[in-house]
Design a protein around this ligand. Structure first.
Ligand code: CP
Length: 343
């Protein structure tokens, strides 16, 4: 079988590249390049001084599955940098939509070759694993994976890692618990790949046995030296957890609705649990949307940084677009970003 294109390693550079998988990051310094730029973007945005470095650039932003955070944070992130943006919420109404839905059945490849004539970069969410990679291989402009089925969600992982580093001070040595659907959550798959690039990190997967992560993912991260542990009861790990990242069981991933019903309420984190069990100084987050795994009180708990994640996501996507399009922040050109960050 032909190998699926997975983007060039970022050790070869960012400009002109695609972002399809966290596997493209060979080491933490490449992650830090993104974080430093995102940090500078965030600082400038807070001062209302963000320069329009994408003025004259055109961005196509599409969602082949439901999206609030990824779709609209990409939209406003690009507009804040001065780009012209087309955001499409319903790909079925494009010519690539199925003929049974009133579309014309145009291929994904012909669609992105067409978009490559009109735009400078594509952000794409697609319901099929690997479809964004197929699109990137056909496109002649950078393509960013905004989530492909149960595959990967690299911009989410970047904003998650940025937020963990921002709030905890460092990632090295942390014990990170990844709760929920570790089998199908693309955000979790990308996050643990990113965590594997840091030192002495322990990942606790907490899931029903049937929703533990794919063995191929676990094996590849073991090879990279990541310590991984497996639990079904979250109470067993809260006392040693530095950061807990929640995920919901996603109805869309289950053809058999009875299976979804069986697992959808597997976990419910309460304030009382956090007070009694979470390690001192421990924090929690969530890629969102949240279903039953956090109570209403936990959603607003000061230890929960999930809304900070959303804001950071805007600046991570700005940094990614700038890097893939070979743009920098003019006022900072003479200084390395790493000297300007608190991260
Ligand atoms: N975190 C995330 O991907 O959210 P949306 O599905 O709303 O974009």
């Amino acid at each position: 079988m032909a190998e699926i294109y997975q983007g060039e390693p970022f050790s070869n550079g960012f400009e002109g590249n695609d972002l399809l998988s966290i596997d493209q990051f060979g080491d933490r310094s490449e992650l830090q390049t993104v974080f430093d730029l995102a940090f500078s973007m965030r600082s400038l945005a807070r001062e209302r001084k963000l320069p329009r470095i994408l003025s004259g650039y055109s961005v196509f932003n599409m969602a082949g599955e439901a999206s609030t955070r990824t779709l609209f944070s990409t939209d406003i992130a690009m507009r804040n940098l001065g780009a012209d943006v087309t955001t499409v919420q319903d790909m079925s109404k494009m010519s690539m939509g199925g003929e049974e839905e009133g579309g014309k059945g145009e291929s994904l490849q012909d669609t992105v070759k067409t978009l490559s004539q009109l735009y400078d970069i594509i952000f794409m969410r697609h319901k099929e694993v690997g479809a964004v990679s197929v699109a990137a291989e056909a496109a002649s402009i950078p393509v960013v994976n905004s989530g492909d089925g149960s595959g990967e969600h690299p911009t989410q992982a970047l904003l998650d890692l940025f937020t963990i580093k921002d709030t905890m001070g460092a990632i090295d040595g942390l014990e990170v618990t990844v709760l929920g659907d570790n089998l199908y959550s693309r955000a979790n798959h990308s996050l643990v790949k990113g965590l594997a690039l840091y030192e002495r990190v322990i990942v606790n997967y907490v899931s029903p046995q049937e929703l533990m992560p794919p063995q191929s993912l676990v094996d590849s991260l073991t090879t990279r030296g990541l310590q991984q542990r497996f639990f079904t009861d979250v109470r067993d790990v809260l006392p040693t957890t530095d950061f807990l990242m929640g995920s919901r069981v996603q109805a869309v991933r289950y053809k058999n609705k009875a299976v979804y019903e069986r697992f959808k309420d597997s976990y419910k984190i309460t304030t009382e649990m956090l007070d009694a069990l979470l390690k001192d100084g421990g924090l929690i987050g969530h890629a969102m949307p949240v279903k039953s795994e956090y109570t209403e009180a936990v959603k607003d708990d000061p230890r929960n940084v999930m809304y900070q994640q959303v804001n950071n996501g805007k600046h991570i996507r700005q940094a990614i677009a700038a890097l893939l399009l070979g743009k920098s922040l003019p006022s900072l050109e003479s200084k390395p970003y790493s000297l300007l960050t608190e991260l």
